[in-house]
Design a protein around this ligand. Structure first.
Ligand SMILES: C[S@@+](CC[C@H](N)C(=O)[O-])C[C@H]1O[C@@H](n2cnc3c(N)ncnc32)[C@H](O)[C@@H]1O
Length: 247
């Protein structure tokens, strides 16, 4: 599917995924070819990127897990809201309801009795350290070797819990290589065993993992100023070029 068509199908959906991240999710899903598990769908933006990517390849289903009652931080920002109706409407309008299975429950409930292998595990549920850790421990065993695990907000200074969990369970693990960054997404590939070379490549990413939140915060801080002086568009092009070098 042309990228413009993907964008058109997603543009009316409220969500926390920017264009570059959406494209990245689409590509990961397009390549994975098997079951995709999403923890944290909210109104369905990332679900639709994943499902359209999976459809492009004729791939697996997207299991979209969310109790649709928000979390503590969400209650503060958006109030307690039932996002299930809008989620269902959004996936239907985007034409992906045939391959998305909504699991309207917490990830810990969905994990009970789960048996399917997973090709792509996308973690964007509750962002506290304990919750992210729990999601990794519950779902990672089902991730196939060669499968991808990806986290949102793992490079965001406002999400120290996600960062800590990613550091401990991805960077310090012997089972994940090929770490990539895309804006605030960190992804990695599950392997049987980490080779010395893979370990060194992963270590090279570590300084950036620690520095990235500050770089990103500067970009975000500058956005309103650049918008005022009408330099936001060229600044975005420069930012994308820098981020492309980093990934
Ligand atoms: C940051 S939002 C997800 C944003 C979404 N991926 C998007 O594309 O906009 C976090 C979501 O995680 C959900 N959530 C919180 N705790 C959860 C849990 N234990 N299991 C599954 N989802 C959870 C919340 O209901 C909320 O909708």
């Amino acid at each position: 599917m042309e990228w413009a068509e993907v964008r058109a199908r997603v543009q009316t959906i409220a969500g926390m995924i920017n264009d570059n991240e959406g494209r990245y999710l689409y590509i990961l899903a397009e390549r994975c070819g098997g079951n995709i598990v999403e923890i944290g769908s909210w109104q369905g933006m990332s679900t639709v990127y994943l499902a359209l990517g999976s459809k492009g390849r004729g791939g697996g289903r997207v299991f979209a897990i969310d109790p649709h009652q928000g979390t503590l931080d969400f209650h503060e920002a958006y109030g307690v809201e039932d996002t299930e109706p809008i989620f269902r409407e959004n996936i239907k309008r985007a034409g992906v309801d045939d391959i998305v299975t909504p699991l309207v429950m917490k990830s810990e409930e969905a994990a009970k009795g789960w048996t399917e292998p997973i090709s792509l595990l996308w973690i964007d549920g509750a962002h506290e350290y304990e919750s992210v850790t729990k999601d990794i421990l519950l779902w990672e065993p089902y991730l196939e070797e060669g499968g991808i695990i990806a986290f949102h907000d793992a490079l965001h200074s406002r999400c120290p819990g996600v960062r800590k969990a990613v550091y401990e369970y991805i960077f310090q693990s012997n089972r994940f290589s090929n770490v990539h960054f895309c804006e605030c997404i960190v992804s990695a590939t599950k392997v049987a065993r980490l080779s010395t070379q893979d370990r060194l490549v992963k270590l090279q990413k570590l300084p950036l993992f620690f520095a990235f939140p500050s770089i990103y915060s500067v970009f975000n801080f500058m956005n309103p100023i650049l918008a005022k002086v009408r330099l936001l568009a060229p600044a975005r092009v420069i930012k994308d070029k820098i981020l492309a070098l980093i990934h």
